[in-house]
Design a protein. Structure first.
Length: 259
């Protein structure tokens, strides 16, 4: 590893599995001190122990818990350089059968959780020794570009994350210059979250095959491939990149197929 994040401190939400865990491992391998947050304490704690990081139980839709996570991170490490707002849930249903409780929960985790992360990370990044600096990476989705008819709440939430990111990026660029915010838009990724959705479909093998063929490269991505994208956005290599959308979807949006 090249140490591209040497000396940096990163908080990664939803870091117990999938893209979050892959980011935690990759960032630690590149020299970052990593704080993992999640509701899955056993899995999150195991990943943190593996990489020599810290784990904190964290409901991302709760503002008081965000205050605690940021304060505890600063107490442990003295600074905050990178935030990956990765925690998210899917939640299915078309507009006609959308359950309001499900809608509200998806919005609370995917949108409010991301907003709160940005809100509370920025003051910490402003106060970093040496002056304001930091990178916020909001995990959106290719669903932030197109409508998935069977997942109205998820689609709406990821579209919101896409534009929330731009608002945050412009605010930070104009106010602090060196605090950046970008969104990462995965296609179909082979994660436990997607596997749970496949299992719920009634025909997991068929759903897995469908999601593989929807992407022109003919397969789903690995979490490690998304972690590599996040690493670029977190690193100084992306010092002039803010308010941008990194689409990592195997060509899906270049040749869209109906769902």
């Amino acid at each position: 590893m090249s140490g591209r994040l040497a000396g940096k401190v990163a908080v990664i939400t939803g870091g117990a599995s999938g893209i979050g865990a892959a980011c935690a491992r990759r960032f630690a391998g590149e020299g970052a001190k990593v704080v993992i947050t999640d509701l899955q304490a056993d899995k999150g704690g195991a990943v943190a122990a593996e990489i020599g990081g810290h784990f904190m139980t964290h409901e991302v839709s709760d503002e008081a818990q965000w205050r605690s996570v940021i304060a505890d991170t600063l107490s442990l490490r003295g600074r905050l350089d990178v935030l990956v707002n990765n925690a998210g849930i899917i939640g299915g249903g078309s507009i006609e059968d959308c359950d309001l409780d499900n809608w509200n929960r998806v919005m609370a985790v995917n949108v409010t959780g991301t907003m709160l992360g940005c809100k509370h990370a920025i003051p910490a990044m402003k106060a970093n020794p040496g002056g304001p600096a930091g990178s916020i990476i909001n995990i959106s989705s290719m669903a932030g570009y197109v409508g998935l008819p069977g997942a109205v709440a998820y689609t709406a939430s990821k579209g919101a994350v896409r534009l929330l990111t731009k608002s945050v990026a412009v605010h930070c660029a104009r106010s602090y210059k060196t605090i950046r915010c970008n969104s990462l838009h995965p296609g179909a990724i082979d994660t436990p979250l997607n596997q749970a959705a496949f299992d719920a479909s009634g025909d997991p093998a068929a759903m897995r095959a469908l999601f593989a063929t929807l992407q022109p490269v003919g397969r789903m991505a690995t979490p490690d491939e998304m972690a590599a994208c996040a690493l670029f956005l977190a690193s100084d290599d992306a010092s002039f990149v803010t308010g941008s959308e990194l689409l990592a979807d195997g060509g899906w949006m270049a040749a869209p197929s109906p769902l």
